[in-house]
Design a protein around this ligand. Sequence first.
Ligand code: G1P
Length: 899
Amino acid sequence: MESINFLNNEGTFSVRQAENYSHLYFPIAGEEGIKSSLSPNLGGDSKLNQNSFVIEPVSAENLHNNRSGRNFWCNVDGCGSWSVVGVSAEEECRKFTKEQDDSELTAGFMWQTVTRTSQKYQLSAKVTSFVPLKHNVEIMQVEIRNNSNQQQVITPIAAIPLYGRSADNIRDHRHVTSLLHRITTTDYGVMVKPTMSFDERGHKENHMIYYVCGISGNSEKPQSFYPIVEEYIGEGGSFTHPQAVICNKSGENAGRYYEGKEAIGGIRFETVTLKAGESTSYTILLGATDSSEEITELIQKCNKDEKVKVMFNEMKEYWQSKVNVRFYTGNNGFDSYMRWVSFQPILRRIYGCSFLPYHDYGKGGRGWRDLWQDCLALLIMDPTNVRQMILDNYGGVRIDGTNATIIGEKQGEFIADRNNITRVWMDHGVWPFITTKLYIDQTGDIGILNQDVSYFKDQQIERGFGKDIRWKEKYGNVQKDIKGKTYSGSVLEHLLLQHLCAFYEVGEHNHIKLRGADWNDALDMAEKHGESVAFTCAYAGNMKEIALYMKKMKDILNISTVELLVEMRMLLQDDIEIYENIMEKQELLHNYTILCRHNITGKKVKIDIDSIVSSLEHKADWLMQNIRKHEWIKDLDGNGWFNSYYDNDGKPVEGVLNNGVRMMLTGQVFAIMSETAQKEQVSAICKSADRYLYEKEIGGYRLNTDFHEQKFNLGRMFGFAYGEKENGAVFSHMTVMYANALYRRGFVKEGYKALQTLADTALNFETSRIYPGIPEYFNSKGRGMYHYLTGAASWYMITMLTEVFGVRGETGELVIRPKLVREQFDKEGRASVQLLFADKNFIIEFYNPNGHTYGEYQIKRAVCDNNTALYNSGMQVCLSRKKIIEMDNSIHKIIVELK
Ligand code: G1P
């Protein structure tokens, strides 16, 4: 069994014989739109978006089934044909035997190199793949070396099938869409420009050119081309045994034209004679563009090895600099791991939730909650545009507190409900505040709460229960007032609507209704009677914090009132009798949504901040009390936990039943995070979670116990095999949020256990079988699934920074309150973190000479740049924003000494 080796402190790693592990893929992409995935054998795909795939789209299972990947052959005179990427019928037979090619995969942010050595052919090859910064193209740089002590005559042939159409066509007119292909050979490659595109947008004239071009490392043009699949593979042939290569058939000249065929970027280079130990190199470009000039320019830019090398180094530097948070704990494996975790939010910004082999759903873009959570990490690493991003995202909220769920490609672009689906996810209202709070903490910009933003409008009204028949496309997607003017309200108003409307939308147990689902997308079958106690906790916790931030707002901005839409005044009623009365709550909400069916008055009223604060606090307290009173489940051994849900029969989902214990993690996370769970309850929950949900070898805390039932009255999750995805896998996102909640409440040992088990499991390549990073979940064998694109990464990084290292903003001031345990310091008792705060670079080093663990140490002193002492209250130190702003742009070092 091979293992992952980290080669430096930038996260670069290597693994031998990576092709002997199924389902491995690696992302390479740029900022201009091209997104690729690469298997160790250079399978995978490449696309600009759902409608423009350069290489045929692949799902995880295609990684070992599909042969339509990037290939590069050497036809070796007198010996046979060697695939330098290991994809040939011959190599397939040698696999798992002593004759198998030796290979090693090395990778860093957005680049992958595979070196491969063949005994039989006495050749080795190094194939590096990356996307250069300024160009929308995937580059495949191939170096071939003659390892024998005799000269060898070889003919190099690149062969990359060009799919050139929409992902939809994979099983929707695959053949018909090939009839649209117009294929040409140019001096450097093969171009496919389909006449039309057939996809969800209809039948349209196409302008996109899909291409594969090649040039030798010292600027020589290819010798000829194989542009047509059926001729390249030959009658009865295949991509792993192509007749053109095996039989060394001559290719076509430049300037040829073909219609209606499956295409391939088959590029035959001049035959070369390599002396013993001599090397040669080739650059292959693959991409899609609507400008043929761009392709010509690109070839000029890549026509020398040295030029490609410069692009490669620029690209490497760029992505390293993007991940400007660095953790040092003395454990190189873990620190390197954190580089990848911190990089993952950038990957999800680029790939959305749709474009890696396991993520074969959706059509690009991200969901509402993903959008907000990815912002968390961006706030830390790339805060420049986050203010605008937050404001634009609030434009997706409807006046009834629900929101648009289809997010367009451009920031702030929300698409009206395409398929008439009126699904409301009840958790959506929770995430914007969490991100906004972090933003205010980091920047001190509490004024953002007063900033006006418009509201989203489509035909969906009354929180998904009605249709606005007066709304037409030409109304547009922005809420108007009775005069037909766009209505804007403050960010605070948006937040209040999200929380207050949810507060009244209760089910039979007076918890907030589950609706179409909550965070757990797969709880989707309890629309009528389902309730989410878990997210009722989350709303209650947020309401308390919104109240807190309103008090801060009052002090800092020196204001005593805020302006709110007149209609929403009724939602602020502060009356315990209404809180207790389910019908009255539902009616009140209904009355409000009726007022906002089409256009709203647009009138605003001034309301006292104090009265809103107490209204929010009373509501939150009431929700929490109701949960504490009714939802606590006692375990047989005196511990316990909270019931997280009610099903569609209105029955509590969790408890100790005859056929076993039913416990879910989600309810515990939000009960702890919101402080619904009191201290002793947190201890009890930890014990129960350890007993029923924890399994060290597979990543730690599972999402739920095995219900042994297909609960059609709750959701599709129970149809999944137990231990997979939302049904009881160790689902990283929720486990990380569990850790985060525990740290917040001071349960550091317990939080550490949850976080560390995830990292240890991911880094155990023997079971996880993923490259470094946090996967969406671990299955029951501890295998990492749905790698790279997960909200867990943002949360892991934020938790490490703001909780474990305890470095965070408090309305703009820098506060340091470490919760590091003994194991997180090196042998000399040091740990550090590097980050950007208020546009200044900081290294914060913790020195723990006595080897204490959390709970045993206090802060002795903290000094910045050897001259400024930080204000010390024993457990935490603070540096004022005023001082930080006066600092220069060098790296500033804060040493925090513990005693
Ligand atoms: C995914 C989705 C997320 C959803 C979660 C649970 O999680 O992206 O929106 O809440 O499944 O159903 P992720 O891949 O972000 O870990």
